[in-house]
Design a protein around this ligand. Sequence first.
Ligand SMILES: *Cc1c(COP(=O)(O)O)cnc(C)c1O
Length: 392
Amino acid sequence: MIPYGRQNINQEDINAVIEVLRSDYLTQGPVVPYFESQVASYCGARRAIALNSATSALHLSCLALDVGVGDLVWTSPISFVATANSAVYCGASISFVDIDQKNFNISVEALKDKLETAKNNNCLPKLLIVVHMAGHSCDMKAISELSKKYGFRVIEDASHAMGAEYNSVKVGSCQYSDITVFSFHPVKMITTGEGGMALTNDLALAAKIERLRSHGITRDKNEMVDFEENCGPWFYQQLDLGFNYRLTDIQAALGVSQLKRLDEFVIARRALVDSYQELLTPDIGFCQAEESYAYSSYHLFIVQLNLEKLGCDQRVIFERLISRGYKVNLHYIPIYRHPFYRQHGHAETFLPEAERYYHHAITLPLYPGLKAQDQVDIVRAISNPLGFQAIF
Ligand SMILES: *Cc1c(COP(=O)(O)O)cnc(C)c1O
């Protein structure tokens, strides 16, 4: 079975993990801060805080931005549920902004319209979480200008976009956002097994995320409440209700080793995408447009199927590919369609572009190491119901 994505582990990765296993610290040792500094400098951000998942990173990012009960958070409906869930964990309400039919990201035009309406109705969002779909950056400059005009904060859910660029600057620089989040799940750009990272240029936000990662505890006397100089060396204080969202040093070692190959991974993925694009004809469908400001990391290769020309429904194509050993997927079911969201204020939500996208989307296998012949067979299988052999 060929999956839609998979990790790439070499001997160096394995050695890096073994080294930590033989060292003094399996967690809370030196490798986590080293991994953080490597990622921060790769992206050009002041601080990076390692977490045990991107979900945790999104949750703490929302908390650090004081998202709470009564607040409104906006995001894209075409994302993994974790993006929206992070705001719901904080007690906020979610609203969805429709997507752009060419680049599959949140539509800046739809965002503008929704903001103008919200302003007139006195219900502007506190926070917008943008998603760099499949590794293609949103137009962050335009979004940042809107955030200043309407007064909302911005988190980049860059779970797909490590190694990608926006206007030739690495995603994660936080040039146009408060916080950027990466995921290190095995299907993502680099992996630590499970893991995530929050990046920011705001040192106060970084300190808050760091504290929430470890139970809300501080050992820094400058942060303490009513610190008395005669307190003993054991002293610490819990300031907020935090969590245990820490990454282990075992995981961080894998991350450090993987990060060395990130640029190679992006190049390999982009070459595979070029091959796919040569094989795809408009009769089969179209793929995500790469805007002039974007250099995509291509975490996913998504095709919008031309179902009219193909003459069958989406499900038939999925079942055919799966029966031939290609584990295609669909990223994503619009978040508001899930029963949880339908039961929590979204029974009526229907965004036309998100729906259209959903009814035509298919994610084809893409990972460094995918074979050229598989790409040919996959594309052929989409348009050829009888299979490769029947051609002869
Ligand atoms: C994978 C993913 C997440 C969650 O990442 P985890 O590290 O698995 O928690 C969040 N948002 C998006 C867009 C993702 O693809």
